[in-house]
Design a protein around this ligand. Structure first.
Ligand code: FEO
Length: 170
């Protein structure tokens, strides 16, 4: 059984994951408004990933006999100064989410909740990937600078990203 404190913290994380999905969908809309549909595709896939993260937490709370309580999701920004600014925002957001996951692990340890600590380890590893994939695009955009050709090529590359749902039990 989850402690009240753990249950509340997991519910807060469900909200944070839905916010992440909203943020990336807002970034997708920003890119698509500039006809950068490959960038938009990357963000759409990212938003789908965030929904699977939210549902992983949802299912876990349910599995442990807790109560899922959904709160209002904040509105994300709608404009960024440039593609680089948007991806820097995505990278900064992922660093923030990593810190949130670490805080959840700390709570699980304090509550002596080994099952939740074990559950959270998937997210600890996932965040390494989440930070790296956003940073990868940041670095490419920095190299490209203002060269339109580079943006065009990168747009094609990011258009290849496909969503793959995590295997069950993963
Ligand atoms: Fe759910 Fe991008 O972390």
């Amino acid at each position: 059984m989850l402690s009240e404190r753990m249950e509340k913290a997991l519910n807060d994380q469900i909200n944070a994951e839905f916010y992440s999905a909203y943020l990336y969908l807002a970034m997708a809309a920003y890119f698509e408004s500039m006809n950068l549909n490959g960038f938009g595709n990357w963000m759409r896939v990212q938003a789908q990933e965030e929904l699977t993260h939210a549902m992983k937490f949802y299912d876990y709370v349910y599995e442990r006999g807790g109560r899922v309580v959904l709160a209002a999701v904040d509105a994300p920004p709608k404009e960024w100064e440039s593609p680089l600014a948007a991806f820097e925002g995505a990278y900064a957001h992922e660093c923030k989410v990593s810190a949130m996951i670490n805080d959840l692990v700390n709570i699980a340890i304090e509550e002596k909740d080994h099952a939740t600590n074990n559950f959270l380890q998937w997210f600890v590893s996932e965040q390494v990937e989440e930070e790296a994939s956003a940073d990868d695009v940041v670095q490419k955009l920095k190299l490209i600078g203002d060269h339109g050709n580079g943006i065009f090529m990168l747009d094609r590359e990011l258009g290849q990203r496909v969503f793959s749902a995590p295997a069950s039990g993963e």
